[in-house]
Design a protein around this ligand. Structure first.
Ligand code: GTP
Ligand code: MG
Length: 273
C-alpha cells in the first residue's frame, strides 16, 4: 500500500518530454548533444542521416525528467524524413554557426518549416526555444556577433547561449536553463511562463536595430527618401532617438544603433542646405 503511494508520488514528479534540434547542416547540432550526453567531442563531420534519436534522464529540482531527443538532419535533402518529427515537442534547440552568416539567417526559415509542419493548430507558446550561437571557440572566423544573435533570440522570448561543442563552453548552462524552463512550462499548465525569458525591450526596438544594421546608407538608416528636407531628417531622427536612446533601450546592440543614427543624421544635415 505504502509502496503504491510512494510510486504514485514519484510518478507525479517525473516528466517525459520531447525535444528536437534544428539548424543548417554542419552547424554542430549533433556535437552539442553528444557533448552534453557523452561528454566528448568528435572533430570529424558525420552528417546525421534523417534523424538520430536518444533518451537521457535529468534531474530538475525535485523532478526527474526523461528527455527524448530527436536530433534532426540539417540538410534539405532530409526534409521528407524530418517533417514527421516536429509535432508534440516541448523544446527546440536552434543552432547556428557564428562563423557562417547564412546559418544565422536561416533560423527564420527553420521556424517557418516547423510552423508549417505543425499545422494551423500549432501553439508556439507551448514550446521552449533555446538558441545556440555555436563554434564560439573559432574566434577568428566569427562573423555574427553576440548582440545580433541575442537580439534575434530574446526579441522572440527565446533563450540565447554562446556555445562550443568543442571546448564545452556554455553547453551545460544551456541545457540546464532549457530543461528548467521546460519544467516551469509543464508546471504552468503547458504554457511558457511569461517570466521565462524577459527580454526587457520591445519587438519594435529589436526590429529597428536589425533594420539599422542592414541599411545601405544614411538615408535608408533614417528611413527617409533620398533628397529629404532638414525637417524630415530631424523628425525621423527624433523618432529613432526616442526608441533607441541608451537610457530607454536595453536591447542588445542599441548603443551602436543609436550612435549610427546620430552619425547618419549629422552626415545628412551637412549636405542639406
Ligand atoms: P547535420 O547532422 O548534417 O545537420 O550537421 P550537425 O549540425 O549535426 O553538425 P555536427 O554536429 O555533425 O558538426 C559538424 C562539424 O562541425 C563537425 O566537423 C564538428 O566536429 C564541427 N563542430 C561542431 N561543433 C563545433 C564547435 O563548437 N567548434 C568547432 N570548432 N567545431 C565544431
Ligand atoms: Mg547532425
Amino acid at each position: 500500500m505504502e509502496t503504491n503511494l510512494q510510486k504514485r508520488r514519484e510518478n507525479k514528479k517525473s516528466l517525459r518530454v520531447k525535444v528536437i534540434s534544428l539548424g543548417n547542416a554542419e552547424v554542430g547540432k549533433s556535437c552539442i548533444i553528444k557533448r552534453y550526453c557523452e561528454k566528448r567531442f568528435v572533430p570529424k563531420y558525420l552528417a546525421t542521416i534523417g534523424i538520430d534519436y536518444g533518451v537521457t534522464k535529468v534531474q530538475v529540482r525535485d523532478r526527474e525528467m526523461k528527455v527524448n531527443i530527436f536530433d534532426m538532419a540539417g540538410h534539405p535533402f532530409f526534409y521528407e524524413v524530418r517533417n514527421e518529427f516536429y509535432k508534440d515537442s516541448q523544446g527546440v534547440i536552434l543552432v547556428y554557426d557564428v562563423g557562417l552568416k547564412e546559418s544565422f539567417d536561416a533560423l527564420d526559415s527553420w521556424l517557418g518549416e516547423m510552423k508549417q509542419e505543425m499545422g494551423s493548430h500549432a501553439n508556439m507558446e507551448s514550446i521552449v526555444f533555446v538558441v545556440c550561437a555555436n563554434k564560439v571557440d573559432l574566434t577568428k572566423r566569427r562573423v555574427v556577433d553576440e548582440s545580433e544573435g541575442r537580439l534575434w533570440a530574446e526579441s522572440r522570448g527565446f533563450h540565447y547561449f554562446e556555445t562550443s561543442a568543442q571546448s564545452g563552453e556554455g553547453i551545460s548552462e544551456m541545457f540546464q536553463a532549457f530543461f528548467s524552463s521546460i519544467t516551469d512550462m509543464c508546471e504552468n499548465g503547458g504554457r511558457r511562463p511569461a517570466s521565462g525569458v524577459s527580454a526587457g525591450f520591445t519587438r519594435e526596438q529589436a526590429d529597428t536595430i536589425r533594420r539599422i544594421r542592414s541599411s545601405k546608407d544614411s538615408w535608408d538608416m533614417l528611413g527617409v527618401k533620398l533628397g529629404a528636407t532638414r525637417e524630415e531628417v530631424n523628425k525621423a531622427y527624433r523618432k529613432l532617438a526616442v526608441l533607441l536612446h541608451p537610457d530607454k533601450c536595453v536591447a542588445p546592440g542599441s548603443e551602436d544603433a543609436f550612435k549610427a543614427v546620430v552619425n547618419a543624421r549629422t552626415s545628412l544635415l551637412k549636405n542639406i542646405k
